[in-house]
Design a protein around this ligand. Structure first.
Ligand code: NAD
Ligand code: G6P
Ligand code: MN
Length: 433
């Protein structure tokens, strides 16, 4: 049987994952799931772990759920290691989102200054996990969901010996589902050619029953009635002429770059009226864990859909299933470029439609991205690389360069103010600085 280890097992998303393994049990015989957390997350781990146990019991499947704070014990002989941890928990995210707003800059926990700091906190931990994996389960696949997933995957590819790493995001599946809904068809009939970076991914073409319907989808995207976004991103409609001009399907996160002023105004306003997204999620999380405590509950509750990570288990479990069974189907994941996008270095992580084999994802080469977005994608990749380097070296100037070249940050002087403020606020979780 298969041994799965999930780091950050106390996450409220864990029931998603368990549901995904239960659904696929016939094809994917998981025997053990080890949920790993740290002392700070012990209560969450117990509550969600006990729900996980009730879920497999209800399904009548011989899957053993282990709860542990001992990562090394868990990793021994693992087949797949999935990561969904948050260093500093949601309090740290609230700082990531709030501090930059003081300087009229969007914080954003993956794309903006917030993403830089989430990366600085996370990358040392993921590299430690990689070291443990090298020793305890050298043949295992690392399936990373921890954000900023693109930057984290980049760091693993550059700074660890682990080659079997895949970064995951639910945005591409969310786009496909949104498109199917806008076209009013079942999503199984829709295929999208994805390429770009994590939270910077484009649909290059889209097919209904194999026939391109890109123009129809682009028209639908300019219609404010089709809220094609994620739960965590304000769903402003695209300018019709812009979207027709660019002739690509953007992801929800592109609003931070192409609608920066509207997004900043919205975030400033809502940070006062209802709190930043982290603060909203803190309440959602409390409510979810209250539900999870109910000893009668033995399925994933629908309230989890209020989180931005909908379809997470689809992405994670389909990927693991296709690797395990050498399915050779097409899935969008973060993987080593290997020349699939000409203007990105071979060794960098990209998010792209891949054929998923036993040997891992094989990216489907696109030639190059359209010139209108090529520069922005390269800029974000440079940001991710500088950020990963700063996370590994703890070098102040490298961090300042990363902050300054982020497209959401207007100048070196503002970058420095935000950087200094955030380094101070997060110092407990940044031992390398
Ligand atoms: P969360 O705040 O519930 O954190 C999950 C768990 O991680 C907590 O129980 C915490 O105690 C634990 N943790 C913290 N540091 C740890 C460490 N060093 N080792 C082991 N466990 C540790 O987080 P969440 O809101 O459930 O999100 C989890 C992660 O998944 C975040 O990084 C988030 O950004 C990411 N996420 C990614 C996507 C995606 O598309 N890739 C979607 C949703 C969430
Ligand atoms: C989307 C993104 C994730 C992100 C999440 C935030 O799903 O793909 O990368 O972590 O939204 O959701 P939340 O509910 O935590 O705001
Ligand atoms: Mn994501």
């Amino acid at each position: 049987g298969i041994k799965i280890v999930t780091i950050g097992g106390g996450s409220s998303y864990t029931p998603e994952l368990i549901e995904g393994f239960i659904k696929r049990y016939d094809e994917l015989p998981v025997r053990e799931i080890w949920l790993v957390d740290i002392n700070k997350g012990k209560d969450k781990l117990n509550i969600v772990g006990n729900l996980a146990k009730r879920m497999v019991e209800k399904a009548g499947l011989p899957i053993d759920i282990h709860l542990t704070l001992n990562r090394r014990e868990a990793l021994k002989d693992a087949d797949f290691v999935t990561t969904q941890f948050r260093v500093g928990l949601l309090d740290a995210r609230a700082k990531d989102e709030r501090i930059p707003l003081k300087y009229d800059v969007i914080g954003q926990e993956t794309n903006g200054p917030g993403g830089l700091f989430k990366g600085l906190r996370t990358i040392p931990v993921i590299l430690d996990i990689c070291k443990d994996m090298e020793e305890l389960c050298p043949d295992a696949w690392l399936v990373n969901f921890t954000n900023p997933a693109g930057m984290v995957t980049e760091a693993v590819l550059r700074y660890s010996p682990i080659k079997k790493v895949v970064g995951l995001c639910n945005v591409p599946i969310g786009m496909k589902m949104g498109i199917a809904k806008a076209l009013d068809v079942d999503d199984s009939r829709v295929q999208v050619d994805f390429a770009g970076l994590n939270h910077m991914v484009f649909g290059l073409d889209v097919y209904l029953d194999g026939k391109s319907v890109k123009d129809q989808v682009i028209t639908a995207l300019g219609n404010p009635e089709n809220e094609m976004t994620m739960k965590n991103i304000a769903g402003f409609a695209w300018d019709r002429d812009f979207i027709k001009g660019i002739s690509l399907i953007p992801c929800g996160y592109h609003r931070y770059y192409f609608k920066t002023d509207e997004m900043l105004a919205e975030e400033k306003e809502s940070s006062v009226t209802k709190g930043t997204r982290a603060e909203v999620v803190q309440q959602l999380e409390k409510d979810l864990f209250e539900l999870y405590k109910d000893p009668e509950l033995n399925v994933k509750p629908p309230q989890l859909e209020k989180r931005g990570g909908a379809y997470y288990s689809e992405a994670a479990c389909s990927l693991i299933n296709s690797i395990y069974n050498d399915k050779r189907d097409i899935q969008p994941v973060n993987t080593r470029n290997n020349g699939a996008i000409a203007s990105i270095p071979d060794e960098s992580a990209i998010e792209i439609s891949c054929v998923i084999t036993k040997e891992g994802p094989k990216p489907i080469a696109i030639g190059d991205l359209p010139v209108a977005v090529r520069g922005l994608v390269q800029q974000i990749k440079s940001f991710e690389r500088m950020a990963a380097e700063a996370a590994v070296t703890g070098d102040y100037r490298t961090a300042l360069v990363a902050m300054t070249i982020n497209p959401l940050v207007p100048s070196d002087t503002i970058a420095k103010k935000i950087l200094d403020d955030m380094l101070e606020a997060h110092k407990e979780d940044l031992p390398q600085f």
